[in-house]
Each structure stands twice: as structure tokens, then as C-alpha cells.
Design a binder for this molecule. Structure first.
Ligand code: ZN
Length: 145
């Protein structure tokens, strides 16, 4: 295992053991739940948004280490981002975990640690679950504003 792979594993382990922004969010603007039947992962994502910006984002649920770590990393990354920036990051993350080339890998920060799942097709859905939920939540708020 090379050094980068070790670092990535450490990031995933840390986030799955000590998830950030986990729990119920008071007065959320939107909430979406995503389910991954192949693994049994269930992730609820809530956002509190104002003026097309994510002020707060939290997740809750149960699932494998990859799905929980990915949700935790996602909330850390998207908190405080505008909808436009958040959607660009979600798009780049989707490319990364599907084996594609993200526009701006640097901007993905710790989420880059999940790039290894591209080699394991069954785990891609685990990694994407929270990101799909937050994307749906963003579009729900955007439609209503
Ligand atoms: Zn999973």
C-alpha cells in the first residue's frame, strides 16, 4: 500500500468512527433520504439554506463504513457553500468515484479519499448515497425559492 492510500484509509476510518454533523437538524429547509438496497445503507440528509447557500447540513442513518464516512466528509465539505459551488463539487465527486476525471480534484479535499471505491462497483453506491440525497435536497429548495 502506498502512502497516499494509507492516508486515504485513515481519513475514511476517522470519519466513519467519529462522524461529523451527524444527527437531527432543527428547522431544516429540506430533507431527503436515500437507500442503497445492495448494502442496506440508509442516509437522511438535511440542509438549512438561505439565499441559495447551505448554512447547515447534517446527516443521519445507518450503513457501512464507506457510506457513513462519505456522508460525514460531504457535510464537512458542503457546509457554507453556495448551491452553485455545492453542485459543482457533487458533480466532481460523482466523476471521481465512477473512475472519471474531476474538474477540480483539489477542491474535493478529504472527499478525494474515496476515489478508491471506483475499483469496486458495488461500493460506488455506498459512497454516492449522501451526495445524491443532498443534491435532491438542494434542488428541492431551489425550486421553492
Ligand atoms: Zn454500503
Amino acid at each position: 500500500m502506498d502512502r497516499l492510500e494509507m492516508l486515504y484509509r485513515a481519513v475514511i476510518m476517522q470519519h466513519s468512527q467519529t462522524p461529523q454533523n451527524k444527527g437531527e437538524l432543527a428547522d431544516a429547509s429540506a430533507e431527503k433520504t436515500a437507500y442503497n438496497p445492495t448494502c442496506g445503507d440508509m442516509t437522511k440528509v438535511q440542509i438549512k439554506a438561505d439565499d441559495e447557500k447551505i448554512d447547515e447540513v447534517q446527516f443521519d442513518g445507518e450503513g457501512c463504513a464507506i457510506s457513513m464516512a462519505s456522508a460525514s466528509i460531504m457535510t464537512d465539505l458542503l457546509k457554507g457553500k453556495t448551491f452553485e459551488d455545492a453542485l459543482a463539487l457533487i458533480s466532481d465527486f460523482t466523476k471521481l468515484v465512477s473512475g472519471g476525471e474531476p474538474e477540480d480534484k483539489q477542491a474535493l479535499s478529504e472527499a478525494a479519499a474515496l476515489q478508491g471505491v471506483a475499483q469496486f462497483p458495488t461500493r460506488i453506491r455506498c459512497a454516492q448515497l449522501a451526495w445524491k440525497a443532498v443534491e435532491d435536497a438542494i434542488y428541492q429548495v431551489a425550486r421553492n425559492e
